[in-house]
Design a protein around this ligand. Sequence first.
Ligand code: BGP
Length: 466
Amino acid sequence: MKFSDDFIFGGATAAYQCEGSTLEYGKGKVSWDDFLAKQGRFKADPASDFYHQYGQDLKLCKMFGINGIRISISWARIFPDGTGKINQEGIDFYHRVFQECHKNNVEPFITLHHFDTPDTLYQKGDFLNRETVDAFVDYAKFCFEEYKDEVKYWFTFNEIWAVATNTYIEGTFPNGEKYNMTKAFQIMHNMMLAHAKAVVAYKEAGYKGQIGCVQSLEYKYPYDENSLDDIQAAKNEDVLQNQFLLDATFKGYYSTETMEIVDRLVAINNGQLDLRDEDFEVMKKAAVLIDYMGMNYYQSRFIQYYDGENDIHHNGTGEKGTSRFCLKNVGRRMEKEGIPRTDWDWLIHPESMFDMLVRIRQQYPNYKCIYITENGMGYKDEFVDGVIDDAPRIDYIKKHLQYALKAVEAGVNVKGYFVWSLMDMFSWTNGYNKRYGLFYVDYETQKRYPKASAYWYKSVSETKEV
Ligand code: BGP
């Protein structure tokens, strides 16, 4: 079986990770700028300098059969303070980028928010503050109208779970709070509310394009499938990362099963959630109106029962075997024999992507369509005289594409796949030694070099076979 002729073989990017020029051309500060400066490990300038290099990146897309690109708009380039005064230079920049996409027959899929809340709003509580919800909707409406002739595919948010866990559980995103389950759930809810309001606004205005959001999912298996405790631990983590957001996306409310676990986890934290009836009204509307969901999929987890103290260590250096994720009353993530890992301890388990796709179709039969909006492998690429032989990455992508195709065979409507990432770029908590690109970036010269994976991806895009 082959992929259909209109299948998107894409590459994914995100503004803050590739644009560089983080405080130039009228752009306002975002939550990351001071946070990274304080850490002093690395910064997002010039990254892959997409601000100036997008012409060559899009040319490479065309040459290598990449017919779709995920790009995010930097909110603070349009509204430097999040609301109010606009920055014309920023607005014009994205017009130029989108026009260049179309010139090269590369369909732009645009994300409105990819982890980079404008600092002014971030300082007021980010999406925990409902003012940010309203500001986001205004920004979204502005973009819908401004770019209506160039953009037909929108995503409201990238990876709401990643925002929640990295900000409030793992503490690796600004400003690094740990083990606060209540804030994690609350920010997910508020962001899904903002998503829903933006979707309803888009559809009510009658634009011709399509809209959805991007969720990051990981299949959670019990470490010991015969242990009831492990089964419950896996369910806890599943609700925390997957089911809470999938319910919000496709139902517009949280099921009783979901809320039982959410309430328990929040109560243990002595917390309380602010979930209002009027939120669910708009979320239910959006659940019917969305055209697709973007699924970022990298790995699965094996979860064991755990009642010890919270203990999380993020492997942000590529020193294999240094990760720990033990969450009190939720579970502990385990390695599993026979399942390989990357140097950053990400499990390579492609069949779990199939399991997740099939699960969505079964559990949320109204889902319409799925784009795999990110999948790829962080790897310490070696550059030898301009040649980058990234065979492990090819193997990773190939197997995931095979399982995507298997899911299509099983009746799941998957319409596209975007490799994370199009070219090497800045990685939020890992810096620059974790490369993902199809194209190697020499950060000194900003020259791009196609890796072996880029040539291989081109042949897949041409033959539609994998
Ligand atoms: C996703 C994000 C991307 C990207 C990717 C790889 O969570 O949407 O922005 O960074 O993961 O993650 P990392 O860079 O941490 O390896």
